[in-house]
Ligand binder design. Structure first.
Ligand SMILES: Cc1cc2nc3c(=O)[nH]c(=O)nc-3n(C[C@H](O)[C@H](O)[C@H](O)COP(=O)(O)O)c2cc1C
Length: 154
């Protein structure tokens, strides 16, 4: 199973975390791509997608993910054969829009019919956890769930 990690970032935290997750899952084939370089028609059902995104502005996607978000909303692709998981990064100093970036990506994917694996979890930049402390066990868990799904389907 190939794992495609797509990240949306403004100041690099989500990119660093995406690279950490990739290193942690190195016994799989893993590719890391900025959402700025990814179009909705490039989704491939053979891959499992791990989406990592921060939140900016007024609860918006970060700059590198905005064009992807717009294309998804415009193109309304059929992603019913696609599986994904979302890790959001935000800051509870913005309580009204806390982690809306991850939430928005999740909505875009599920409304296109994609199947979510595991729960979306979130990192709070004002909290005491390091992003990787939450994300690495979570990534292992969603990959394990995904492998079990593929084995059942085989
Ligand atoms: C100008 C600015 C606006 C932000 N707006 C939000 C927000 O609305 N909601 C939220 O949860 N986090 C918000 N954040 C926090 C970022 O999402 C968080 O710091 C994240 O770790 C940044 O990751 P990045 O470097 O990958 O972009 C904001 C941060 C900045 C600097």
């Amino acid at each position: 199973m190939k794992i495609a990690i797509l990240y949306g970032t403004e100041t690099g935290n989500a990119e660093m975390l995406a690279e950490d997750i990739a290193a942690h899952l190195a016994d799989h084939e893993v590719e890391v791509t900025n959402l700025s370089d990814f179009a909705p028609d490039a989704f491939d059902a053979d891959n499992f997608y791990i989406l990592v995104t921060s939140t900016y502005g007024d609860g918006d996607l970060p700059a590198s993910a905005i064009p992807f978000g717009e294309r998804m909303a415009d193109a309304q692709p059929d992603l019913s054969s696609i599986t994904f998981a979302v890790f959001g990064m935000g800051d509870s100093e913005y309580p009204e829009t806390y982690n809306f970036g991850g939430k928005r990506l999740e909505e875009l994917m599920t409304s296109a019919g994609a199947q979510q694996v595991g729960e979306r979890i979130t990192h709070d930049a004002s909290g005491s956890d390091m992003p990787e402390d939450l994300a690495l066990p979570w990534a292992e868990d969603v990959v394990r769930q995904m492998e079990a799904r593929r084995e059942e389907a085989a």
